[in-house]
Design a protein around this ligand. Sequence first.
Ligand code: ADP
Length: 312
Amino acid sequence: MILTVTMNPSIDMSYPIDHLKIDDVNRVKDVSKTAGGKGLNVSRVINFMGTDILATGIIGGFFGKFIEKNLDQEQIQHSFTHIDQETRNSIALLHDNGNQTEILESGPTIAEEDNIRFLKDYKKLLEKTDLVTMSGSLPRGLGSDYYSKMIDIAKENNVKVILDSSGETLRTSLLNNNKPFLIKPNQNEIGQLVGEKFERSNYDSIPYYLNSSIFDGVEWIVVSLGADGAIAKHNKKFYRVKIPVIKVVNPVGSGDSTLAGLSVAISHEKSDEEILKTGMTTGILNTMEKRTGFINKDLFSKYYDEITVESM
Ligand code: ADP
């Protein structure tokens, strides 16, 4: 079973408005409210892939209950640590022909006793799992080394860690003694880590940067490149993954869906090629759906067969 961690989940509310009127009333008919946060997108896609998954993290209040009910409806198992504060809302105003204005709450500040209680709960859940995914930013109150602490506990329990984070949190996790098994930076995130700007013209230099000492001990690095597929490193081997051109409906959550596919294939002990093709396919399928973190599994083999993996 795969354990997915979402430390700062949210209810994602999307409000389509023809024209956003500032300092005026905007009426909305067609509201959508879903369980959000990167880790919950990962959870949904793993569930669509038919692999056992248990979602955990920190949740609270009325909005936390809403998320749990939402997961129940989707038949996703969960075991969150509950706190005495409200889980956050993230609001996206979709307006004026394709503009998206977002209002994102920071969410609760985690108290010391809640942080310790979560780590205890997490340790217990690891007994049932062989792979754990950690996605997204950390809530206030947890230091940038919090994922490192979770990686240490996973290591003690022989559980592989797949980490999708960015900035200081990702850097701190890479400098930890115990390393994540896999990281999946996109082109901006890898650029930030190695102090370089990557675009199509210099993708070929990515393998050089993946040899930087900051990545020592990380078994898999999958650099996802949006419509350009991915460049990956597994131990000393490098791969260029090419994907078909498709009609994109909504690319938000593609990285999370890729992470889900990679996790599923790794937990089933697939080959390097199969792991990469599965991750790319779930990413592609997400871009073809309106809803974030959704895939149509019926289209899986069609796109899987169109992906190529070459050694670099
Ligand atoms: P992130 O969402 O983390 O920024 P990417 O944008 O790199 O991640 O997307 C992850 C994966 O999703 C890509 O490697 C690819 O397989 C798929 N994907 C994303 N955008 C597109 C696109 N425009 N066309 C086809 N596939 C895409």
